[in-house]
Design a protein around this ligand. Sequence first.
Ligand code: HEC
Ligand code: HEC
Length: 278
Amino acid sequence: MLVGWIALLGVLGWAEADQKGTKPSRPDGRASELGRLVFEQNCAICHGSAGDGRGMAGMMVRTKPRDFRPGIFKFRSTPNGSLPTDEDLFETISRGLRGTGMIGQDDLPQTKRWAVVEYLKTFSERFQREKPQRPISIPKPPPRTPELIAKGRKLYQKAECFKCHGIEGGGDGPSAEGLEDDRGYPIRTADLTRPLKRGSSPEAIYKTLVTGLDGTPMPSYEGALTDEEFWALSFYVASLNTGTLSHQQRREAAAGQHVLRMHGGRGPGMMRRMPMMQ
Ligand code: HEC
Ligand code: HEC
């Protein structure tokens, strides 16, 4: 039942993630009071009021909520090492990161989502100093043929993806043991047979391969492969996916749903009504 709901929410998240609406332009470029309120009500319980990733619900999930202060983001359309675009952040908030506590909040009105994007950028000085680089260009995919997938399978060996992700993609390669993120916390490689955080479409995988996931051991392969090779590999990796969340992924997503129901701006908001929790 619960699993069904999570799956359904995932599907709805995808449909909506495409409808980005238009980004409201704020002439002063500053975060609004609305952004702060949305953050306090929907995000701070995990990401902390100071954006330091130390909200009290963080203990419920193994993959910890992001600390926004360093300004390092995994899921970007921009090259390795760059800040994400506002649209990237909007997409993450809308779609969520599958199999983690980061549940898509596409039921928040778009104005609120854009406002919280502006607000979360205030936690890191990086956004004052730097501009995001231009998003990578994603060429039209070639037709999905058995030859293309076979080519992708070879590239998976040749590019040594298996070292971390395992021969069959199960996340159990020889280098998977003891990996850390760049803040020194243990990190697991993705099990490529399970739903991926960014979604499991070839296009999502293409973006991950070209841009890399900043702050993690997942490197960028920009320049190392041709456009066609990137597509072959992306289609191959997508073909490994069974679409079924692992036990751990289900637990994390269920914890995230629970937190949103209990503390989110749209749920009963029990904690917020208790004065000691203010
Ligand atoms: C139930 C806990 C929870 C809530 C509530 C929550 N998040 Fe997250 N969030 C997470 C976790 C866990 C991660 C880390 C996922 C990972 O690194 O794989 C994350 C990661 C992120 C990221 C980083 C994505 C990247 O590319 O690295 C952004 C941006 C983000 N959250 C924004 C928000 C915003 C904005 C809200 C409120 C609208 C919110 N989150 C609410 C748990 C939560
Ligand atoms: C040094 C180890 C390492 C190598 C080599 C590596 N990866 Fe990864 N990869 C990771 C880690 C760690 C993650 C998980 C990052 C996270 O979720 O925070 C990951 C995540 C991913 C994801 C999931 C993104 C998502 O949305 O959840 C895909 C797809 C992926 N890798 C594909 C590949 C492919 C294809 C190759 C070879 C071209 C490759 N990786 C090589 C470590 C590696």
